[in-house]
Design a protein around this ligand. Sequence first.
Ligand code: DHE
Length: 548
Amino acid sequence: GDDASAAYQPSLTTLGQIQVEIPGRKPGDPVMTPSEYQDANTIYFQRCAGCHGVLRKGATGKALTTDITRPNGFEYLRDFITYGSPAGMPNWGTSGDMTEEQVDAMARYLLLEPAVPPEWGMAEMRDSWKVIVAPEDRPTEKMNDIDIDNLFSVTLRDAGEIALIDGASYEIKTIIETGYAVHISRISASGRYLFVIGRDAKVVMIDLWMETPGPVAEIKVGSEARSVETSKFEGYEDQYAIAGAYWPPQFVIMDGDTLEPLRIKSTRGMTYDEQDFHPEPRVAAILGSHYKPEFLVNVKETGKIMMVDYSDIDALKITEINAERFLHDGGLDSTQRYFLTAANARGKIVVIDTKESKKVAVIETEGETPHPGRGANINHPTYGPVWATSHLGDDTVALIGTDPEGNPDHAWKMVQQLYALGGGSLFVKSHPTSNHLYVDATLNPDAETSGSVAVFKIDELGQEEPEYTVLPLVEWAGIAEGQPRVVQGEFNQAGNEIWFSIWNAADLESAIVVVDDKTLEMKHVIKDERLVTPTGKFNVFNTRADVY
Ligand code: DHE
């Protein structure tokens, strides 16, 4: 049996480089052995912290601090983890993602105080920083025949890699090791440098001019992160990179040639509304303004958008805008002047005018948990330019007017609600040359639904109840094993085809399906044993120029 005194010797557990102490035992604490605690802590960081927070104070998911978990008790927690909830909590037990023993250990883990991982300041960043190829040793011109602007950077989530795939031939040009559960790719204004960030907060900078594109610098900016971006304002192209961390809650501005960390800013502080201190306001999406030398930094838990002026990083000026709590992802309208971003757990979209550095609206989406990615800009037959988001919690798509000059009556109002395949949608996509709006349903529990995408015809959106076409992409890809999920459409540079990931378990076959945007027929399937768990895809031109 377990010896309680041995079990509660403070001991260390590691996730990557995180070292945490098991918090001291209090009377009535559940029994956990050090190895159970370590396993549970690792599972917590991998599966739970993204929604519930490192300190368990809640965001997209509910708070799990002990004042809440203890009154609910062990059985309640165990059942909740096993069966999930319709509001978005995954059914970790019945889906087979966690064993009965793991669920049991997680329920006991949540009755203990949260472990606090260490800080990560300039010393740690500089220790982790590597210039692999110095700027003076890099090519002075493009050394390959790759059409860089039509290249796709594809996240291979569980492999900790990205694939660079040619947009015309569908050929995998190279696979680059990047770090644990790489999350997004962003591209410097010139199109030369590609930046990726993983959940482990490792940023890798890749030079697309090299004969075979590869890493030229890397750095770890914390222990948990999701966002990276580069300076895009005229005169500052490629000058700076910025990465935002979930833990520690901070962002860092880096040299755009080498990733040398220059200025770290903590985001800890007061919530925008109640103005109480929050110890873990995580950095969600970051966007480089096209109107000013500014980065827009979404600070999730305090509900603030920091507009960070990088024209003089020695005298950093930050315009701190009260937005709404639980800011997550977002993107620009078609003129690139307005930033539309989701306060997802509050069901709202906040609109920022990047020219005036002002909040112009907060809009209810009338759906549960808006999740736009960067959103989709379309030209609506009745309302003119609108921006779209789908929802994690239901099948609705909200269309918001974005044209205060030409369509002032509809600007910053929700003008229409569409009904797509079902809940669990993560991303919508369109393109300036396309007549289609694509809506996925990635996290829907039903395999047929999560394996398909809904397509609305833009010129038919003026009709009473616009209908959508269903494209059964998993069926088209011919993958029978597992429950592969369709995720995140991304257009090629010309805007005549859209790519979707068919995201299967790591040990099963995945694919990318290329759809002809005019005919809505399958044009090609990319299958390759190296394509392990493909998720996000980032076309170089569309990503650097913010075309979506
Ligand atoms: Fe993401 C973007 C955070 C789960 C695929 N994801 C983002 C951004 C944030 C974020 C803050 C915006 C970055 C930006 O624009 O600067 N994602 C989180 C989480 O906290 C969450 C909910 C849970 C977690 O533990 O990570 C989470 N995300 C996922 C996934 O499970 C997805 C589907 C698969 C994966 O690869 O992990 C996923 N997230 C993506 C993608 C984008 C993204 C593809 C970029 C979309 C785009 O078009 O820009």
